[in-house]
Write a protein that binds this ligand. Structure first.
Ligand SMILES: O=C(O)c1cc(=O)[nH]c(=O)n1[C@@H]1O[C@H](COP(=O)(O)O)[C@@H](O)[C@H]1O
Length: 305
C-alpha cells in the first residue's frame, strides 16, 4: 500500500490527505433533517447523516487527492450504528480507489495489538475461513507500549502489504509533556523516531517502509530533525489548517524529491462551507466547497517546492 500511496501522490501531484472527521454539527441541516426523517433523532439517524455527508464529499475529492483518513472516534461516538458508518465509509473510499488511513490510534500488549492488527489491517480466522473485518490500508498506531505493541502490526503489514503510521511527535499543544522529555540528553520523540526506523527497516516497499510515522505540522523544527532520523518512513503530517500549521513551514518534512510526507486536513476541508472564504457555496453545496478547499490546499503545498 505504501507503493500505491507513493504512486498516487506522484501521479496527482498532491501530498494531501482529506480527514473524514464528521462531527454532526458539520453536517448541513438539510442532510441531518433527511436522515432524521428516515431514522428519527437516534444513533441510526446520526450515522446516516454522517455517512451521506462523507459520501458527498468523497464524490467531490476522490479524483484530486490520493488518500482519506477517517477518524474512528467521530463514528464511535454514535455507537454501533456509527461504527457501521465508519466501515461503509472505508468501503466506499476504497471503491473510489482512495488509499484509506484508518485513524484508530491502537497499540496494547502484544496479544491485544495482534487482535487490533488483524481486525483493522489483516484477516481474522473464523473456523476454516480467513475474513477481512475493517480492511483499511493503513492504521495509526500508538507506540507507548514499546516493541511488542508494534510488532504484531508490522507482521500483519508484511503479510498484507499494508502500513502503519506510528505517533512520534503529535500536533497538540500538550504533546511536549512526555514527548519532549529528555532521556540521556535526547528528546523522547527522537528515540521513538529511531525505533520507527528500526521497526521499518525489514518491512520495506519499493522506496519507503510500510512503517510510517506521525509528526504534527505545528512543530516544524522537530519535523526537520525527524525527517533525517527516519529517512525511509513516510511522515503523516496532521495539524495543517484548523490547528494553525501552514505550508510555509512544511518543506523540511519532505525529501529533496518532494516525496516523504503527506499532509492531512480534516475540518479545514470537510467543513469548508462554514468558512468565510467558501461561504459563496452555501450549505447546499458543502461538498463543492470541500473540493475547492482541497484544491486550495494542494496549490498551497505545491507552492513550497
Ligand atoms: O494521527 C493523527 O492523525 C493525528 C495526530 C496528531 O498528532 N494530531 C492530529 O490532529 N491527528 C488527527 O488529525 C486530525 C486533525 O484534524 P483537523 O485539525 O480538523 O485537521 C484529527 O483526526 C486528529 O485526531
Amino acid at each position: 500500500m505504501i507503493n500505491k500511496l507513493v504512486s498516487k501522490i506522484k501521479k496527482m501531484g498532491a501530498p494531501v490527505v482529506v480527514g473524514l472527521d464528521p462531527m454532526l454539527n458539520y453536517v448541513p441541516e438539510f442532510v441531518q433533517k433527511k436522515a432524521f426523517e428516515e431514522y428519527g433523532e437516534t444513533l441510526e439517524g446520526a450515522a446516516e447523516a454522517i455517512w451521506q455527508f462523507n459520501k458527498a464529499i468523497v464524490d467531490q475529492i476522490y479524483d484530486i487527492v490520493p488518500a482519506v483518513k477517517p477518524q474512528i472516534a467521530m463514528y464511535e461516538q454514535f455507537g454501533v450504528p456509527g461504527v457501521a458508518a465508519y466501515k461503509k465509509t472505508v468501503d466506499y473510499c476504497k471503491s473510489k480507489d482512495l488509499v484509506v488511513i484508518g485513524d484508530v490510534k491502537r497499540g496494547d500488549i502484544g496479544s491485544t495489538s495482534a487482535a487490533y492488527a488483524v481486525g483493522h489491517l489483516g484477516k481474522v480466522t473464523v473456523g476454516s475461513k480467513k475474513i477481512t473485518a475493517f480492511d483499511e490500508d493503513f492504521a495509526t498506531v500508538n507506540p507507548y507500549l514499546g516493541t511488542d505493541g508494534i510488532k504484531p502490526f508490522v507482521d500483519v503489514c508484511k503479510e498484507e502489504k499494508k502500513g502503519i503510521f506510528v505517533l512520534v511527535k503529535t500536533s497538540n499543544p500538550s504533546s511536549g509533556e512526555f514527548q519532549d522529555r529528555l532521556i540521556d540528553g535526547r528528546p523522547l520523540y527522537e528515540l521513538v523516531g529511531e525505533k520507527v526506523a528500526e521497526w521499518g527497516a525489514d518491512a520495506m516497499g519499493d522506496e519507503y517502509s510500510y512503517v510510517g510515522c506521525v509528526v504534527g505540522a505545528t512543530y516544524p523544527k522537530m519535523g526537520e530533525i525527524l525527517r533525517k532520523v527516519m529517512p525511509k518512513s513516510y511522515i503523516l503530517v496532521p495539524g495543517y489548517g484548523a490547528q494553525g500549521g501552514t505550508a510555509a513551514s512544511l518543506r523540511p518534512y519532505f525529501n529533496e524529491d518532494g516525496l516523504g510526507a503527506i499532509v492531512n486536513s480534516s475540518r479545514g476541508i470537510i467543513a469548508a462551507y462554514k468558512q468565510e472564504a467558501y461561504s459563496k457555496f452555501g450549505p447546499e453545496h458543502f461538498a463543492e466547497a470541500s473540493r475547492a478547499a482541497a484544491e486550495a490546499m494542494i496549490a498551497d503545498i505545491a507552492s513550497i517546492f
